[in-house]
Write a protein that binds this ligand. Structure first.
Ligand code: ZN
Length: 389
């Protein structure tokens, strides 16, 4: 069963061979999809016939957002901590322990309900691919449980046992790293595509370069791809370690020295920026312009989590990237779609053309520019192809 999507005022393909500029823009466009994949893209005047038709009425269509960094398996919330932070308390990652307690005591059903609600919330805002990390269980059974639940909603699951050192291992970081690299990894690897580590020597709760290297090496040996939380709170070794080990992405990149930017520019690691975190922790934003001007591939993601950034909104992230980080609207839209796909090393999402998945987002607006131009307005949603007639 094929479906012709028509009435597209502006189509973002992210393929410069299909349209104008880096976003590959096609005005007055149509898309044909069949069996979950795109089979034709081009001007509406040249569109082939299809079994069904869906007219989007002069709206813009773009690839669904690829949110390559999210923590969605957790219990409780930290609204009170947020309020305290807005009253001047600094963020150092220490509040993660309270979510660990709430997550461990939650039932599978409670965790599944929260996870499902957040994925639905994302989808309603145009996100069609999401990565989900563990990292609030921090015991062998609780981490494996988080990843089993995450696998129910996405193929992009990430083992983050090295999120922080849990309270019962306080002062025994080496013992905890041994657990993460041994029994915890063995229990989690079957349910994960990636491994991640919070490499942040500036935080008393996270991991230094040696511990991070050990975790990533063990994950790589277990067949997992590598991701790193790095350089969020201060300059540090995370970015260069990620590039050295060939990680798919290093995320945050808020505090960089020239050597970090040079390493990213010379490597294959994507820099994933998470400006919702700086917004929600009232911190200085990363300098996207510096990275882009150096030729680094930049992705944007939410980091949706109950502590440092509890938004599921990629449109908010796009607006922040433009307003606060020196990105153009076109760069921000690419980074939130094609950039996210690059950060997950996915060739089938983040663009629209023959061979891409039929993951379409539609805007209540005629152009992608409105995403940054109209902040806070719910413009984006995932296009529901079942509405075709
Ligand atoms: Zn994170």
């Amino acid at each position: 069963m094929s479906t012709l999507v028509t009435g597209i005022a502006e189509l973002v393909t992210n393929n410069p061979r299909l349209g104008a500029g880096p976003l590959g823009l096609v005005p007055d466009a149509a898309v044909v999809v069949a069996d979950g994949a795109v089979t034709w893209v081009g001007p509406a005047s040249a569109a082939p016939a299809a079994d069904r038709r869906l007219d989007v009425g002069g709206r813009a269509v773009l690839p669904g957002f690829v949110d390559s960094h999210a923590h969605l398996v957790f219990g409780g919330d930290r609204a009170v901590e947020f309020e305290a932070r807005m009253s001047g308390q600094a963020y150092d990652g220490g509040g993660i322990a309270s979510t660990v307690g709430a997550t461990r005591s939650a039932t599978d059903e409670e965790l599944r309900a929260r996870l499902g609600a957040l994925v639905a919330e994302m989808r309603a805002q145009g996100t069609t691919t999401v990565e989900v990390k563990s990292g609030y269980g921090l015991s062998v059974d609780d981490e494996a449980r988080a990843l089993r639940l995450a696998q129910e909603v996405t193929a992009e699951t990430t083992f983050l046992g090295a999120h922080v050192v849990p309270p019962e291992y306080a002062g025994r970081t080496d013992d905890y790293v041994e657990l993460v690299c041994g029994p915890m990894l063995a229990a989690c690897a079957p349910h994960a595509r990636w491994i991640d580590v919070f490499c942040e020597p500036a935080s008393p709760h996270a991991f230094d370069a040696d511990a991070s290297r050990a975790v990533l090496a063990a994950g790589s040996d277990a067949g997992l791809g590598l991701r790193v939380h790095g350089n969020q709170l201060a300059e540090g070794p995370g970015v260069r370690l990620a590039v050295e080990l060939g990680a798919a992405s290093v995320d945050h990149c808020t505090h960089l020295v020239d050597a970090d930017v040079d390493a990213l520019a010379g490597g294959s690691t994507v820099a994933t920026l998470l400006p919702g975190v700086e917004f929600s922790t009232r911190s200085p934003y990363p300098d996207a312009r510096r990275l882009l001007d150096a030729g680094v591939t930049v992705a944007l993601a939410t980091d949706c989590n109950p502590g440092s950034c509890f938004t599921s909104s990629m449109p908010l992230v796009v607006a922040l990237a433009v307003r606060e980080m020196g990105m153009t609207p076109a760069e921000a839209v690419w980074s939130a779609t094609g950039g996210g796909a690059a950060a997950l090393r996915r060739a089938d999402v983040g663009w629209l053309g023959v061979g891409a998945r039929a993951d379409l987002a539609v805007l209540e607006a005629p152009s992608y520019r409105h995403l940054a131009y109209r902040p806070g307005v719910p413009l984006a949603r995932t296009l529901d192809l079942s509405q075709a007639t």
